[in-house]
Write a protein that binds this ligand. Sequence first.
Ligand code: EPU
Length: 412
Amino acid sequence: MVGGRPLEGTVRISGAKNASLPALCAALLTEEPVRLTNVPEVRDIRTMGRVLTALGAAAEFRVGGVVDVHARQLTSVEAPYELVKTMRASVLVLGPVLAREGRARVSLPGGCAIGARPINLHLLALEKMGAAIDVEHGYVEAHAERLHGAEIDFDTVTVTGTENLMMAASLADGETVLRNAACEPEVGDLAELLVAMGAKIEGAGTPTLRVLGVPSLHGASHRVIPDRVETGTYIVACAIAGGEIEIHECHPAHLQPVIGKLREVGIRIEEGPDNLRVRAPRRLRAANVTTLPHPGFPTDMQAQYMALMTQAGGVSTITESIFENRYMHVAELERMGAHLRVDGRTALVTGPTPLSGAQVMATDLRASACLVLAGLAATGETIVDRVYHLDRGYYRIDEKLRGLGADIERIS
Ligand code: EPU
């Protein structure tokens, strides 16, 4: 890609990857078919399709983001290492499979490019619901004739932990209360699907969730929410490249923490019900940010925000409070000319610095997005290696940016 071209035109946002992944797993809770629409055609979704198939469910991917899952009968209770190691979100089958089959065997995910990412809180909570859990040979083995309701206080806000427990509790005996639950819009979207399947859930979107278990769930059809991180990424793309764009089929209400911060640095953002108009400022201002659980500034936008701050006047402090090691993009940005300093969980960005194109590489999804954004601002050619990281979570980011006038091309 070659930077320096302002963006103009319209981009359409895809369905949320992180809402689609738990939704696919929720389909394991019923013998009846579940239809999901607005599912993004990204690699992680395909991987989850393989996890479901390994369990004996039929998952059919149709054009246009329609996925039909039919888990009439499960033929296995195991999510194997080969799949879990490529995608941690595979642990989302633990709750539903255990609740439905009375046992589940899921590979422990291990660390990843952004930190240790344990699942101890998922396991502790399932134990409170009556599961016997052993960790052996790298696998979590969980057993429970029948899960029962429990009072669960999460020590840390965990998104997939909340989702796993919400699914398990939907088929448990009695009431489960989840406290310090994640309030991310993706959790609310999963609750909506579960309720459409017959679950009894109150408080979704708040830190206290009440789930009254039911004996069985039924099929449903559900449209997945738009991807708020993809939306935020295109706002930053416009701000960093210059120009004016329209973002369609998004959900601005889910993006308030991001929109607020991006307005503070000078970006003009006009909100419609399901669209945004974004205008790049002549000059960007530096502003500090700390990532926090929703409704705080999302960690999944931290890397993109750092790329933006390299172009802002002044010093900005970025504090990553969710993951201990989510600065894989820092060294690569420095290779492009950025002035950065990392001290523990805080990064100091001094801008604006002219970026120059370089060959760069990242080891996770959002860090890769950050490098593409930096490439839009850089002079000369930037080559981003290992595009498969981008393909895990962004639907055709190269095509979408090209549609907005960027000079970007997929080499292989
Ligand atoms: N944590 C524990 N123990 C647990 C669970 C979490 O200590 O049992 C810690 C984690 O190590 C981390 C913090 O709690 O420090 C929050 O982690 P969380 O469990 O919320 O993360 P996650 O559920 O594994 C989801 C998203 C991530 C996103 C985070 C935070 C999905 C599939 N993944 O992960 O998305 O960064 O929430 O919002 O929903 C991405 O899309 O690029 C991505 C990494």
